[in-house]
Design a protein around this ligand. Structure first.
Ligand code: FAD
Length: 229
C-alpha cells in the first residue's frame, strides 16, 4: 500500500506527530497497539522501519509519533517529507495489543514509546474500562512529555485513570516526579500484583522494568512489551 502524508507538526524538540492516509482503501482496520512498517530507499539502500500507530482507528487515516534519531538512517528522511508525498507501507502488524478480557493495567512508556498507549486510550476495550489504569511516562525534559495535556485531561475526566509523568533532567521550576520510570514502579503499582503491565520503549528500559516486575512476583504472562530497538 502507499500512504500519503496529510500533514505533520512538531510536538517536542526532534519529535513530530504525523497524519497519513491510504487513498486506495476506505478503512485501515487495526487493533490499538499495532504498528505499520515503511520501506523506502534512503542513500541508495532499501530501509524498512516499524512505527506504532499513535491513535485509535479512524477511517483510512492513521497517526504516528516519531523521534528524529540524529545519526539514524530513516527517521531524518521521514522528517523532510512534505504533505502529498507518499511512502510504501505494510501493516497493521504486531501483537502489542490489549489483552482480552482487559484487566486493570499499568502502562509504562518512555519517549515515543507513548504512541501505542495513546492509541490504547482512545479505543475499546481500554477507553471504557471502568477499573484502574495507570500511565507511568518518562522523558528527559518536561517538554518531552508528549501529549501531556491529553493525559492530564484524562486524569481529570476519567475516575480510574492516573497519569504519572516523570523526567530525568528536571528544570528548577519542575515540581513533579523526577528520575527514571524504574524508580516510580512501586508507586505506580500501588501495592497490586494482580494487574497486567504493558511496557513500550527502548530495550534497556523494557528489560529493566521486566526484571523489577519479576522480582516482585509478576508472572511473565502479566508483562506485555514492545521494544523499539
Ligand atoms: C514495533 C516497533 C515500533 C516502533 N515504533 C516507533 C514509533 O512509534 N516512533 C519512533 O520514533 N520509533 C519507533 N520505532 C523505532 C523505529 O522503527 C526506528 O528504529 C527508529 O525510527 C530509528 O530508525 P533510524 O533508521 O532513523 O535509525 P537507525 O539508523 O536504525 O539507528 C538505530 C538507533 O536508533 C535508536 N532508536 C530507535 N528508535 C528510537 C526512538 N524511538 N527514539 C530514540 N532512539 C531510537 C536505536 O537504539 C539505535 O541506536 C519502532 C520500532 C519497532 C520495532
Amino acid at each position: 500500500m502507499n500512504a500519503l502524508l496529510v500533514g505533520s507538526r512538531e510536538i517536542a524538540p526532534e519529535v513530530r506527530h504525523f497524519l497519513f492516509e491510504i487513498p486506495s482503501v476506505e478503512k485501515l482496520e487495526f487493533t490499538a497497539g499495532q504498528f505499520v512498517s515503511f520501506t523506502q530507499e534512503v542513500h541508495g539502500r532499501s530501509v524498512t522501519r516499524a512505527y506504532s500507530l499513535a491513535a485509535a482507528p479512524d477511517g483510512n487515516r492513521f497517526e504516528l509519533c516519531l523521534n528524529r534519531v540524529r545519526e539514524g538512517l530513516f527517521s531524518p528522511w521521514i522528517f523532510q517529507l512534505k504533505p502529498g508525498d507518499t511512502i510504501q507501507m505494510r501493516g497493521p502488524l504486531g501483537y502489542f495489543v490489549p489483552r482480552q478480557p482487559f484487566r486493570d493495567s499499568l502502562f509504562i512508556a518512555t519517549g515515543t514509546g507513548i504512541a501505542p498507549f495513546r492509541a490504547f486510550l482512545g479505543a475499546e476495550p481500554v477507553r471504557s474500562h471502568a477499573g484502574r489504569i495507570t500511565l507511568l511516562f518518562g522523558a528527559r525534559y518536561a517538554d518531552g512529555l508528549l501529549y501531556r495535556a491529553e493525559f492530564d485531561q484524562f486524569h481529570t475526566d476519567r475516575p480510574g485513570f492516573r497519569f504519572l509523568p516523570t523526567i530525568t533532567q528536571p528544570a528548577a521550576a519542575w515540581a513533579g516526579r523526577s528520575g527514571r520510570v524504574q524508580q516510580h514502579l512501586d508507586d505506580a503499582l500501588d501495592g497490586r500484583t494482580d494487574v497486567d503491565v504493558y511496557i513500550c520503549g527502548l530495550k534497556s528500559m523494557v528489560d529493566e522494568v521486566r526484571d523489577l516486575l519479576k522480582a516482585r512476583g509478576f508472572d511473565r504472562k502479566q508483562i506485555i512489551s514492545e521494544k523499539y530497538d
